[in-house]
Design a protein around this ligand. Structure first.
Ligand code: F6P
Length: 322
């Protein structure tokens, strides 16, 4: 392999830069030319290619976001868009591609592989942790630490005013940010799309909970089927008007910030492994870390978000929040 391309795509996540740095430096070490593609699949279509070297990734390991920028490309979903992307990859003599992104990125790569035979290998870049074949995705650890930091602050004010807070966190289809961050902040309840939300049960838990507890924090994943934090808070307020209730939506704060040490190390390992996977002739594989070891998972399996969460964690949440 003489020349590869790398791009970031979908929602950005802290650690994407660390991953990119590892891809570029590993390739350079193996005498492989590297081309960066700006703006994800849109840049592949619009010919936004530029050469990268060791210096172009200096001093980025600690920065959130992505220096390659990112996009959720609509045009790449069309055959015409994919044709343009393929022509550009061929024009630049690209023999392999590292895609850093989430499930949309890998679904796109899989579709593209029906038309284009240039091998793609993926690194799981998303704060949602909703990919199969890795214990942690790039950015997840930073995102849950951001949530924990924010909710600790909310807890201070909630405690002072004896208030009930509903805090909404990201996760359109997955409640994994809500689950781990919720455990980390000692939430009284965690509401996630993977389990059926029972408002009556929530109300009962609030009524029967320890009476001398002055603050209560409910973490709500944005994708929960009962609605977001505002909708759920409204329903609860009607039944428990005695509570002084507030709602906070944490939003995109969860996607930014300097990556944690864990995200930097995992991202570096995955970027390094991605280049070596391409050199070994792998294609349509996501690089993950499972039980501390690098693992390859075919894209079609990686994108099957498992709805069932660790039952031990779920049981523990109920007991520890009493
Ligand atoms: O996939 C990452 C994510 O942050 C989700 O948790 C969230 O639902 C979505 O992206 C938000 O996307 P956008 O920034 O395009 O609004």
């Amino acid at each position: 392999m003489k020349k590869i391309a790398v791009f970031t795509s979908g929602g950005d996540s802290p650690g994407m830069n660390a991953c990119l740095r590892a891809v570029v430096r590993t390739a350079v070490y193996h005498n492989i030319e590297v081309v960066g593609i700006m703006h994800g699949y849109d840049g592949m279509i619009n010919n936004e290619f530029f050469p990268m070297g060791t210096k172009s990734v200096a001093n980025i390991i600690h920065h959130g976001g992505t220096i390659l920028k990112t996009a959720r490309s609509k045009e790449f979903m069309t055959v015409e868009g994919q044709k343009k992307a393929m022509e550009n990859l061929k024009k630049h003599g690209i023999e392999g591609v590292v895609a850093i992104g989430g499930d949309g990125t890998f679904k796109g790569a899989l579709e593209f592989s029906k038309m284009c035979n240039i091998p793609f290998v993926g690194c799981p870049g998303t704060i949602d942790n909703d990919l199969v074949g890795t214990d942690f995705t790039i950015g997840y650890d930073t995102a849950i630490n951001t949530v924990v930091d924010a909710v600790d602050k909310i807890r201070d004010t909630a405690e002072s005013h004896d208030r009930l807070f509903f805090v909404e966190v990201m996760g359109r289809d997955a409640g994994l940010i809500a689950l781990r961050a919720g455990i980390g902040v000692g939430a009284e309840s965690i509401i996630i799309p993977e389990t059926k939300t029972d408002i009556e049960d929530l109300i009962k838990r609030l009524e029967n909970g320890r009476k001398n507890k002055s603050s209560k924090i409910i973490i709500v994943a944005e994708g929960d089927e009962a609605g977001g934090a505002f909708a759920i808070a409204e329903k609860v307020k009607k039944r428990l008007p005695e509570y002084d209730t507030r709602v906070t939506i944490l939003g995109h704060i969860q996607r930014g910030g300097n990556p944690t040490a864990m995200d930097r190390v995992n991202s570096s390992r995955m970027g390094f492994a991605a280049v070596e996977a391409l050199m070994k002739g792998e294609k349509n594989m996501m690089i993950g870390i499972v039980d501390k070891n690098i693992q390859y998972t075919p894209f079609e399996n990686a994108v099957k978000h498992i709805q069932e969460l660790n039952p031990d964690l779920m049981r523990m949440v109920g007991i520890l929040s009493l």
